[in-house]
Design a protein around this ligand. Structure first.
Ligand SMILES: Cc1cc2nc3c(=O)[nH]c(=O)nc-3n(C[C@H](O)[C@H](O)[C@H](O)COP(=O)(O)OP(=O)(O)OC[C@H]3O[C@@H](n4cnc5c(N)ncnc54)[C@H](O)[C@@H]3O)c2cc1C
Length: 206
């Protein structure tokens, strides 16, 4: 979503923006249960996407539980954090980016286009990409290129090859339960709270 966020800001500033996404629409699915919007992301959603609380829940407090699920401490969160989901944020950003004609620039979002390299010509940047279906290689020219291709960014590798990803020693499992299937006893229990359970050697964030 960082690419779409940059695209939307640039479009609002009057630029004509093209987003090249390597995945196909069927592969663009939520890969995580929840997505927390920090102050800057929240401000961007509020200013450029509109609405207020419809795309997420405010979390004014954080609760830490011990091994026996007892509340050890409940702390107010100093910065505004809003809990939403990847698909809600992605869908809203994408429709605003593609559809909003009131913004000054234009926004085109193309899927199945894998960027394979860039060349700085001095006055512009050539972006080379591969088409998903045909595998044919194409080039598009831009004044500015933003690489938002994730933590294993191949574009970053082109510029700073010495920066390598390193296994941090832990594994994250993510999951979600449909609201309709949530047991009665749990309903509302997490509302307004980021709950952290620390059973030792691992931690659960709900
Ligand atoms: C477990 C976990 C939980 C997290 N929770 C949060 C959270 O709650 N809130 C938060 O703000 N951050 C969170 N983060 C961090 C957040 O996911 C990253 O900072 C953010 O996804 C980076 O944005 P991005 O758009 O660059 O990368 P991504 O979200 O990884 O998106 C990269 C996109 O680029 C595409 N792509 C990759 N290579 C190419 C290519 N060569 N050409 C074209 N397209 C390409 C991919 O298909 C993908 O769609 C979390 C991270 C993890 C691992």
């Amino acid at each position: 979503v960082a690419g779409l966020m940059h695209g939307l800001v640039l479009k609002a500033l009057g630029q004509n923006v093209l987003v090249l996404e390597s995945r196909q629409p069927s592969e663009l699915k939520a890969q995580a249960a929840g997505l927390s919007l920090g102050p800057h992301a929240y401000e961007l959603m509020k200013t450029l996407v509109g609405g207020n609380d419809v795309y997420g829940l405010h979390n004014p407090a954080s609760q830490i539980l011990d091994k026996g699920s007892n509340v050890v401490v409940e702390l107010p969160i100093s910065t505004a954090v809003m809990t939403s989901s990847w698909s809600v944020v992605f869908d809203r950003l994408k429709s605003k980016f593609e559809m909003d004609e009131e913004l000054k620039g234009s926004g085109i979002y193309e899927t199945g286009k894998r960027v394979i390299g860039t060349d700085d010509t001095g006055t512009s940047v050539s972006v080379h990409y591969r088409e998903g279906d045909s595998g044919s290689e194409k080039t598009v020219t831009a004044k500015l290129v933003v690489a938002a291709d994730g933590c294993r960014s191949s574009i970053r590798q082109q510029f700073v090859p010495e920066v390598q990803t390193k296994y941090a020693g832990y594994l994250a499992w993510r999951g979600c339960v449909a609201e309709t299937e949530t047991p009665e006893a749990l309903k509302g229990a997490f509302e307004g709270k980021l709950v952290m359970h620390m059973p030792g050697g691992s931690y659960i964030l709900a």
